[in-house]
Write a protein of this length. Structure first.
Length: 233
């Protein structure tokens, strides 16, 4: 895990993202913060992260900034990054893009929400967007923060339904992968180039997940070890 006391300001930034998520999760789980939809999740998490900025500032010329709903262009389409955490020190610049997802059994309107399949697919879409933000240089890292209050999304009894092609259960591992299973009657095409390992933590009646894709080492023929001469290859 990144060290919040590291000399590298970018490592301190990543550590602050993690620590803020832990604090947010515990406060929500213990009822100190009420979250009823993604918008309130963004605001409350950003507030906690903001409080850590003075603590991770070790040098006079270090500057940190938090932006919500930052508009960007990705592959010719307009997107909004839920939270963009930017840091600058002398001539060095660093940015961490954060996408958030919140599923509550009861919608903010008070009715039953449903549509868990769309939520699961949307988590994967966030993974894709985060990869694109890094690939296009908008950010140097991408982090997904997800919370929900539905136990079967974390620990399902079975995964027979087609929505489980978008597996978000605890300890799920996948990637690189391309998914085209339609959800809600609409076509889907999500290609992930990184590897993912999902781990949920429970606090109170909620589950919380922090996920970051890992680059996969691609082996080519030229990378393979050469066998001793005289033996068939």
């Amino acid at each position: 895990m990144p060290n919040i006391e590291a000399e590298s300001f970018s490592e301190r930034m990543r550590a602050a993202v993690n620590l803020s998520w832990i604090m947010f999760s515990r406060k929500v789980g213990n009822g100190l913060i009420s979250i009823n939809k993604e918008a309130s999740m963004q605001l409350q998490y950003a507030y906690i992260l903001q409080q850590l900025l003075p603590l991770i500032t070790f040098h006079e010329h270090e500057i940190f900034e938090i932006e919500l709903e930052t508009g960007v262009q990705v592959n010719g389409r307009s997107r909004e990054i839920d939270l963009l955490f930017k840091g600058e020190f002398v001539e060095q610049k660093y940015a961490i893009a954060i996408e958030m997802k919140c599923y509550r059994t009861l919608a903010s309107s008070g009715g039953n929400r449903g549509a868990t399949d769309i939520f699961m697919k949307d988590v994967y879409e966030d993974f894709y967007l985060l990869e694109q933000y890094v690939l296009t240089g908008i950010a140097q890292e991408g982090v997904s923060l997800v919370m929900n209050d539905l136990p079967r999304l974390v620990n399902p009894k079975n995964k027979n339904a087609k929505c489980w092609d978008y597996d978000i259960s605890n300890l799920a591992n996948f990637g690189p992968i391309t998914l085209t299973t339609p959800i809600g009657g609409k076509p889907v095409n999500i290609s992930l180039e990184k590897a993912y390992a999902l781990n949920w933590m429970q606090y109170g009646n909620f589950w919380f997940m922090e996920t970051q894709g890992v680059n996969v080492l691609k082996t080519t023929i030229s990378d393979r070890p050469t066998l001793c001469s005289g033996f068939p290859q």
